[in-house]
Design a protein. Structure first.
Length: 228
């Protein structure tokens, strides 16, 4: 009996208990859950999708609503000879000097097209510019303001256009292009210059400035070319 008791005690001591069976690795594997990692992966995936979606939206916006700028530079013809019996006079020496100033100012402005009317004074005004940049002027009827405005906005979108016209037709064309109202240029003024910036969407912007030799300001309201 004594030997059996000793054997039983040894077996009991050597038998693994429940606490020993629960190893640290087992506890760790049971306590860990994949939920935090899954959430992180989900957040990353959705974040990347949002970035891609945002890039597509921005690209589509820029492609659809891009705004090519059309720039129209307008001026009255330079100083003309006063010849009451001649409806189509040439420029004076002062007018020729002003025409050369136009070529100096805008010779490197990237002008794509030049417009002048059927009158010599407008053609002579743009001749130095035309010779400098190698673009012959397109002649238009001085009375066809609406047609010229339509041609500029339709056929020359995104380009830079130079127009030489008359003291009543220049402000009329500026008004048509911009939607604003500009008065007739006084008969003695030859130094006015208008720059109309036309966007694909939104309102056009007009900048009026003076250039070259200063003219006598504000005298005379007559016009040589009636607008029909």
């Amino acid at each position: 009996m004594g030997s059996y008791a000793q054997v039983g005690r040894r077996c009991y001591r050597n038998a693994p208990n429940r606490k020993q069976l629960s190893t640290p690795s087992t506890k760790k594997s049971m306590s860990e859950t994949p939920e935090p990692r899954t959430r992180l992966k989900t957040i990353v995936v959705f974040g990347m999708l949002l970035i891609v979606f945002g890039a597509v939206v921005v690209f589509g916006f820029l492609s659809t609503f891009s705004r090519p700028i059309t720039t129209v530079i307008l001026t009255r013809h330079a100083e003309k000879k006063i010849e009451p019996d001649n409806p189509n006079p040439d420029l004076t020496p002062a007018g020729e000097a002003r025409a050369r100033e136009i070529a100096r100012m805008f010779g490197n402005s990237g002008i794509n097209v030049i417009y002048a009317t059927q009158y010599k004074r407008t053609q002579q005004t743009v001749k130095p510019l035309s010779d400098r940049i190698g673009i012959s002027p397109t002649l238009v009827d001085a009375n066809q303001i609406d047609e010229l405005a339509k041609e500029i906005t339709t056929n020359h979108r995104g380009q830079t256009i130079f127009v030489a016209a008359h003291n009543n037709t220049v402000p009329a064309l500026v008004s048509t292009l911009s939607g604003e109202t500009f008065p007739i240029i006084p008969e003695t003024e030859y130094d006015n210059l208008y720059i109309v910036t036309i966007y694909r969407f939104g309102k056009a912007k007009v900048v009026k400035l003076k250039y070259g030799a200063e003219s006598v300001q504000g005298e005379g309201t007559g016009t040589m070319v009636p607008v029909k």
